[in-house]
Every structure is written in C-alpha cells, then in structure tokens.
Design a protein around this ligand. Structure first.
Ligand SMILES: Cc1cc2nc3c(=O)[nH]c(=O)nc-3n(C[C@H](O)[C@H](O)[C@H](O)COP(=O)(O)O)c2cc1C
Length: 173
C-alpha cells in the first residue's frame, strides 16, 4: 500500500466517537469498529492484518511509541496522545488508551485501543511538545529524544505509567 502524502486537512473526531481497534502481539490489526473505518478513510478489508503503523503520522515522535510498547508489553495500560494519518493524507488527534487483554488462563489475548477526541488546549500543548521531541529526534537522534522525554517525565513528576496516564487524562479535561 502506498503511503499518502500528509496534508494540513484535519478530520473531526466528535465527542461521541469512540474509535476502537484490536491487534495481535505485534500490533497487526485484527478488529476495527465502523467509526475507525470511517475516519481512517481505508476499507475494513484493507486495514485488517495490517500493522497499526498504517496510521502513523510523520509528525509523531518515535519515543512515544517506544514508551507505549515498553508499557503495554508488560500489561500496563497507557493513555497517549496520537496524531494519526488518514488515507487521504489528512489527520486527526486522539487520546488513545491502549491495553492488553488476557485469556482466563492468563495468556495473551490481544491489545485493544480506544481513542477519543481531545480538547483544543490539550492539542496545542501536546502538538508543541511532540514538535520539540521530533526536532531533537531528527537533529540529534532517537537516544537524545528519549533523554528529552525522560527529562519531561522527571520534571513533571511522572515516575511511572500510572502518574503518566493521570497527567495525560487531566490535560484533556
Ligand atoms: C492496539 C494498538 C493500537 C495502536 N494504535 C496506533 C495508532 O492509532 N496510530 C499509530 O500510529 N500507532 C498505533 N499503534 C502503535 C503501532 O503499533 C506502531 O508502534 C507505531 O505506529 C509506530 O510505528 P513504527 O514502530 O513502525 O514506527 C498501536 C499499537 C497497538 C498495539
């Protein structure tokens, strides 16, 4: 599948929208709900079995996904702001909750993400924070952006995923 060229066209996520997907252990899509299909602009068939990175927007810093995977692999849910790219190159912002679901015997069942709209205030703050991280990533490399991200966590007293999640949820109120 050819990657679209990003455009400045923002797609609206409404307050009632709950954008849901599930994946296997590698992040390959196994389920999408109708609103996911609608907003992404891809058909359901072209999304299933594709990696979630099909939605990846080039404005997203790598370190956010790194932090996300570090946590969800251990069974720790994460709330993270994500700018996603649609099939037409447009974008939408969401606050995504991503977590692991387990089978009754404790084995891995799937990962599930539920995404909701974000406030203009949260968008402004996160957009500027992600721009800083991306700039560091592109000029000094991934490790430097990771350092900057961990400095942000330290400065805001977010030593673990629970405090991180609370901070991100609070920002969207
Ligand atoms: C359940 C689940 C949902 C995800 N949702 C998104 C998403 O909406 N957008 C996105 O860019 N990455 C999402 N990811 C993360 C991707 O798997 C991937 O790490 C990310 O797009 C970065 O891609 P890259 O590692 O190929 O650079 C999700 C992962 C999981 C497990």
């Amino acid at each position: 599948m050819t990657r679209p060229e990003p455009t400045e066209i923002e797609h609206e996520v409404k307050k009632v929208d709950l954008i849901v997907s599930k994946s296997d252990a590698e992040g390959n899509i196994t389920y999408v709900n109708p609103i996911f299909v609608k907003i992404s602009g891809y058909s359901q068939a072209s999304l299933l079995e594709q990696p979630h990175a099909i939605l990846r927007h080039p404005d997203m810093p790598k370190v956010i996904f790194h932090y996300l995977w570090e946590n969800i692999k251990q069974g720790q849910e994460i709330y993270a702001y994500v700018k996603n790219m649609c099939a037409d190159g447009g974008y939408y912002w969401v606050l995504a909750n991503i977590k692991m679901a387990k089978n009754p015997d404790g084995s891995f069942r799937n990962y599930m993400s539920t995404r909701r709209c974000i406030t203009p205030e949260a968008k402004e703050k996160i957009d500027s924070f992600y721009k800083q991280l991306l700039d560091i990533e592109q000029t000094q490399g991934f490790e430097a952006s990771k350092d900057a991200f961990y400095q942000f966590l330290e400065k805001n007293n977010l030593p673990d995923a629970v405090t991180f999640n609370n901070y991100m949820k609070q920002l969207n109120k």
